[in-house]
Ligand binder design. Structure first.
Ligand code: BTN
Length: 248
């Protein structure tokens, strides 16, 4: 299990680890297991993820053994109307876990985690009929990202090698709390997200339902929507493609 046995023993109920040497995409493999009726809480981790997927069909590259590529199977009891909140809940869980090793992690709405303005983790949440797959990729011990100027790792930011199982355990512990709060007490999660909202106060450009928009980010609404001032009016953005920063 390559060092993950100790973390496995400390996982909160009902979380448990299934570690595999090689997997195409942990999200795809966990979905197949979920469709066969696997119980909530399985954490599928790949030492070497060969076909990792990012948002909008992008690839997610995770050098074998250097980072964490894993997916968590959730079966929320909350109504499906609230499931989209799991992206921010996961972002906060990852940010809090990363903050065990660096002073501050920020959340780039809706689901990137940044340290010092560079991406340290990506999140891909995908729903099934009665389950949700939460896919998480975290750069841990990589020291360079060829051709990629906006990525970073925990080792770069903390100046030391970081134990991957310790990060995994912390993410799962935090996720077990925030994933349970998406309906009743989402405000508690939103407080943490707002404190780390990287876009607040920035002038941004994004596309929403095929329409390009430019505006000033004022913050986040109670359901996690992005509040953007566009042409003097406040708009609530629920979904958007890549949000680009125009100015601070
Ligand atoms: C993004 O930033 O676009 C999201 C990246 C998500 C990558 C993770 S790695 C584990 C899981 N399996 C996948 O195929 N993707 C997610």
């Amino acid at each position: 299990m390559n060092g993950f046995a100790e973390a496995a023993a400390l996982m909160p109920d009902p979380f448990r680890i299934l570690w595999k040497e090689d997997i195409g995409s942990t999200n795809d493999e966990l979905r197949a297991l979920a469709e066969k009726g696997t119980a909530e809480g399985l954490v599928l981790i790949a030492e070497n993820q060969t076909a990792g997927r990012g948002r909008r069909g992008a690839e997610w590259f995770s050098p074998a053994g250097e980072g964490l590529a894993f997916s968590v199977l959730l079966k929320p009891t909350a109504s499906k109307d609230f499931w989209s909140r799991l992206s921010l809940a996961t972002g906060l869980a990852v940010a809090e876990a990363v903050e065990k090793f660096v002073p501050l992690a920020e959340i780039k709405w809706p689901n990137d985690v940044l340290v010092n303005g560079r991406k340290i983790a990506g999140i891909l949440v995908e729903a099934g009929k009665d389950f949700v797959i939460v896919g998480i990729g975290i750069n841990i011990n990589s020291m360079d990202f060829p051709g990629e100027l906006t990525a970073t790792s925990l080792a770069i930011e903390s100046g030391q090698e970081v134990e991957r199982p310790a990060v995994l355990l912390e993410v799962v512990k935090r996720l077990s709390i925030h994933a349970d709060r998406i309906d009743q007490s989402f405000e508690n999660t939103m407080d943490g997200v707002r404190q780390r909202c990287w876009l607040t106060g920035k002038l941004v450009r994004f596309t929403c339902s095929g329409v390009g928009k430019t505006g000033l980010v004022k913050g986040l609404g109670s359901g996690g929507e992005l509040l953007v001032e566009i042409g003097g009016k406040l708009e609530r953005i629920v979904q958007a493609d890549e949000v680009r920063i125009l100015s601070e």
